[in-house]
Write a protein that binds this ligand. Structure first.
Ligand SMILES: Cc1cc2nc3c(=O)[nH]c(=O)nc-3n(C[C@H](O)[C@H](O)[C@H](O)COP(=O)(O)OP(=O)(O)OC[C@H]3O[C@@H](n4cnc5c(N)ncnc54)[C@H](O)[C@@H]3O)c2cc1C
Length: 367
């Protein structure tokens, strides 16, 4: 039996702990806040899973194994926290996200369906789109009910013997030797030390990751006009509209309708900018970005902003970096939730010698 020490109780840390327990190891999670931490990137009512990935066909290929990993999580939790609403990328321009996704689907052999504008209007009657708009759906997709998942996974790992210490900030780590040092100076060592510290990595490992870009993003929960409440609920998640960067998650299981706008993210650190938001201002920005595509656009109301932070560099690829006994997971972008359980299993497979660290790094980078 080995001891796996994990920094961070987000979806990555919890998934590593679960996979460690399944392989008969002992696991300790060190979490600076409460567990789960409502300020972690993993904590929101929903996060999207979908095959669409623009030109990154490697990540499209990872989605079927990711769904398989989720099925194993549902079996453990005894509940499926996912709704298969489908997902659609809407193309408005040559070579935009929808077009790149379609090309990648064809290249990797992902089953899909192309919808012309009138078919899109049937799928999403609340949208108004230019005459030459078209869309692509493919495979399962939709909301993973994230905060319920991390809450239940937290209970599951605790029940299965994981030593999960909340309000337990790690001050520094010695990756090579697999040692985490706490604020009080005490040390905890593991045969494997996994750092899954999300947007706080630059503070924990300033020498190696201090320059990694950290972004704040505010997602907007929305009340649609009465005429479109049902159509929004029953339509697929929207992955992209042209190159606009807009995405939506439907209101299922009481989670609410949520709009996000990629371009709204900005460089910022959670410890400096915090989690507050001026609803009127930020809601108007996010809703404003969608207005050209919404029927009855003026009748939408911003209800709440959910603020989250993530690391994202220009490669847009996950980084899983191994050094001695330490493994760092970073650059998770606005994308890692869907892959969390799969990554946890892969990390423990690497630890068991079933895959090299170099292969794990390459796989996580989507090659
Ligand atoms: C606005 C937004 C939208 C997103 N949308 C999607 C989506 O639709 N689909 C998708 O798949 N992904 C999405 N993501 C990405 C996904 O949520 C994240 O990539 C994923 O949750 C990262 O998980 P994590 O465990 O690495 O980090 P986190 O969930 O952030 O957890 C890190 C934990 O580490 C703890 N920690 C940090 N430093 C220390 C320390 N020194 N000592 C102890 N504990 C520490 C933190 O308190 C935190 O709880 C989105 C992210 C955001 C922010």
């Amino acid at each position: 039996m080995s001891h796996i020490v994990i920094v961070g109780a987000g979806i990555v840390g919890l998934s590593v702990a679960r996979a460690a327990i399944k392989r008969g190891h002992q696991a300790t999670i060190l979490e600076r806040g409460p567990a789960p931490n409502p300020h972690s990137a993993s904590f929101d009512l929903h996060r999207m899973i979908r095959y669409h990935y623009g030109s990154f066909g490697g990540y499209t290929r990872m989605v079927t194994p990711a769904f398989d990993a989720w099925d194993r999580v549902w079996a453990d939790l005894g509940t499926e926290h996912f709704e298969n609403t489908g997902a659609v990328a809407i193309s408005l321009l040559p070579n935009d996200y929808g077009q790149k996704t379609l090309d990648a689907f064809r290249e990797v052999g992902q089953e899909h369906e192309v919808h012309d504008r009138s078919a899109l209007e049937e799928l999403c009657p609340h949208l108004q789109l230019p005459a030459d708009a078209w869309g692509v759906t493919g495979g399962r997709g939709g909301p993973l009910f994230a905060s319920r998942i991390v809450t239940e996974l937290t209970d599951w790992v605790r029940k299965h013997g994981v030593d999960l210490r909340h309000n337990c900030a790690v001050k520094s780590v010695d990756r090579t030797r697999g040692i985490a040092t706490l604020e009080d100076g005490s040390e905890i060592s593991g045969d494997l030390l996994v750092v899954a510290a999300g947007a706080w990595i630059s503070r924990l490992l300033p020498d190696s990751y201090g320059d990694g870009p950290t972004f704040r993003q505010g997602l907007c929960y929305v009340e649609p006009p009465a005429d479109y409440v049902e159509s929004w609920r029953n339509s697929p998640a929207i992955v992209a509209i042209g190159d606009h960067g807009g995405y939506t998650l439907p209101d299922r299981r009481g989670a609410g309708l949520k709009f996000g706008h990629g371009a709204h993210r900005r460089l910022a650190k959670p410890e400096e900018d915090g989690f507050g938001s001026d609803l009127e201002t930020e809601g108007a920005i996010v809703l404003g970005a969608f207005k050209p595509y919404l029927k009855q656009a003026e009748a939408y109301r911003a209800l709440r902003i959910q603020v989250g932070y993530y690391q994202m560099d220009s490669s847009r690829r996950f980084r899983v970096e191994s050094e001695g006994r330490g493994l760092v997971v970073t650059n998770c972008d606005g994308q890692m939730f869907k892959f969390g359980p799969l990554l946890g299993e892969r990390i423990m497979a690497m630890f068991a010698g079933e895959q090299s660290a170099a292969d794990l790094e390459r796989w996580a980078a989507g090659y």
